[in-house]
Design a binder for this molecule. Structure first.
Ligand code: AMP
Ligand code: MG
Length: 517
């Protein structure tokens, strides 16, 4: 086996905490703390992503050697690994929360593979200085959810952190899932997340809030050098960087809106500086279309992070980042320009997705209204977002009917109520498609690529979780396999492209989720 090569720039170029170990503390003037994963009883590899293993140059031989589960369960290190927990703060649900940091994530090192740099990070690897009152662990159910969604998002074309593997710890973790005073022991697990960088908006907000100018400045420079090396040196480098953070964030959120993804906890500590979807907790996928829906029970009252609010929230979060960066920039102009670039990119992306999802030639006058009316119909008709958009590709522009949309209805009563208006809309849509005059095959291919058939519906994941908790992890690999080609027709796998079944409507984990993880 060829050796893995680590080059831990984060540690080398940013100031660290002089104290080693997990004593809970406020860490000032430092971007990270040295801390090793806490060993677990019986690490066992439950699942891995073949694409991520290939990206990292991890061979099948290494994957299946006993040392692999030891390393990725937290019991051993490969040569060159130097574990640390990162320090950051964040705005949680609209309020400044002070120091948060990696309370249960521990980075192992920056792996160099094929000219690229990948930070490997265990989640659930035990306590760190940032664990506050918690145990630093993660339960199997939330780890399966993070592992699968990281990869599903990537295959859907949504920028995301990746996941290399999922390791069972052989230990139990106690969680009060419903926050009702009935804690239970659940199986524990560790996910290895992979990204070029796990810096968050909150990484910059914390030193800014503490007046740690030198650290803030250093973080900006290291982030640009390490994570944005394509930006040319020169007087506008920092401005270009902030603008790119803004436009990447716009692209990411526009992709969420395209596929019906709801993050659930868009706190600034969960916003990646690279515009990657980060921290999979109580996320969900829109089924019956509702812009006001959030899967997060903790946010059920205010619905701050509801589906339809995500673009606005991303902008709000960027404003927090801009405020944190103000002392580094010294003038407001470049920061405002970045925020404006968010708006412009967001509008461009939304129009591009509209064109692709409806199968048009371009975004012309009236098309945005056409899309808005379709979305209204989806909501009034309580239609499944994924199945409805997928069904549109089957609409014959010479003779439009609702046949290919029938699978999207959850309620016969709602169907009946909305059908006259839906048929009227389909006539307008068909006229617009005729006007676009794309060859049928081109239109269908474009629509299939923009409207996935398979998304990671919570109840599908829950079925894989139920099986894994009974000792059979095969459902995880099965679901991952389906999600590797979300836009292809996959004969024999229709069960993965269904409306939410009735049993899943109220079951925990299948629609609504708590933050307990
Ligand atoms: P989240 O809402 O999952 O992004 O977590 C917010 C903060 O709580 C982060 O600083 C996490 O590291 C920390 N945290 C969440 N769960 C745990 C846990 N079980 N042990 C230690 N820290 C945790
Ligand atoms: Mg987080």
């Amino acid at each position: 086996m060829t050796a893995l090569v680590f080059d831990n720039r984060f540690l080398r170029e940013l100031p660290g905490d002089p104290e080693q170990g997990a004593r809970r503390r406020q860490v000032r003037g430092a971007a990270w703390s040295p801390v090793t994963p806490t060993p677990v009883a019986a690490p066992r590899l439950l699942a891995h992503s073949p694409e991520v293993a290939a990206l990292l140059g991890i061979s099948a031989q290494r994957l299946h050697a006993p040392a692999f589960a030891e390393v990725f369960g937290g019991n051993a290190l490969y040569p060159g690994m130097q574990p640390w927990a990162a320090n950051y703060g964040g705005h949680q649900f609209g309020h400044w929360a002070g120091q948060l940091g990696d309370g249960r994530a521990i980075s192992l090192g920056e792996l160099l593979a094929d000219g690229r740099r990948w930070e490997l990070q265990l989640k659930g690897a035990g306590p760190t200085p940032y664990s506050r009152g918690a145990d630093g662990r993660a339960v199997l159910r939330s780890s399966i959810r993070e592992f699968l969604c990281s990869e599903a998002m990537h295959h859907l074309g949504v920028p995301s952190t990746r996941a290399l593997c999922l390791v069972a710890t052989g230990e139990r973790v106690v969680r009060d899932m419903f926050y009702d005073g009935r804690p239970q022991a659940e199986p524990g697990a560790v996910v290895c997340r992979v990204a070029p960088s796990f810096l968050r908006f909150g990484s910059f907000e914390l030193p800014a809030a503490r007046g740690e100018q030198a650290l803030l400045q250093r973080l900006v420079d290291v982030c640009i050098d390490r994570d944005f090396p394509h930006l040319a040196a020169g007087p506008s480098r920092r401005a270009d960087w902030f603008a790119e953070v803004c436009t990447r964030t716009a692209t990411m959120v526009a992709q969420w809106m395209r596929v019906g993804f709801v993050h659930g906890v868009m706190n600034t500590d969960n916003m990646s500086i690279l515009g990657l979807t980060l921290d999979y907790g109580p996320y969900g996928w829109v089924e019956d279309y509702d812009p006001d829906w959030t899967p997060n029970t903790t946010d059920a009252q205010d619905r701050r992070y509801r589906f339809g609010a995500q673009v606005q929230v991303a902008y709000w979060n960027l404003v927090r980042l801009a405020q944190a960066l103000a002392p580094v920039f010294g003038e407001a102009g470049p920061l405002q320009a970045g925020l404006d670039a968010f708006r412009a990119r967001q509008a461009d992306e939304e129009r591009a997705h509209l064109v692709a999802k409806l199968g048009l030639d371009a975004c012309r006058e009236g098309d945005e209204a056409l899309m808005a009316r379709f979305q209204e119909l989806l909501q009034r008709g309580e239609m499944d977002m994924t199945l409805a958009f997928r069904g549109l590709a089957g609409v014959d522009p010479r003779q439009a009917d609702a046949g290919t949309l029938e699978a999207a209805f959850y309620s016969p009563a709602r169907r009946a109520e909305v059908m006259p208006d839906l048929l009227a809309w389909l006539d307008q849509y068909a006229a617009r498609v005729r006007d676009a005059a794309l060859p049928g095959e081109v239109r269908r291919r474009q629509m299939a690529a923009a409207n996935p058939k398979y998304v990671l519906r919570n109840w599908l994941v829950q079925q894989a979780i139920d099986r894994a908790e009974q000792g059979d992890p095969a459902g995880i690999a099965d679901l991952l396999e389906v999600m590797r080609h979300p836009c292809d027709e996959q004969p024999g796998r229709e069960a993965f492209a269904q409306r939410r079944p009735d049993w899943a409507r109220e079951r925990a984990g299948c629609s609504m989720l708590s933050c307990s993880s």
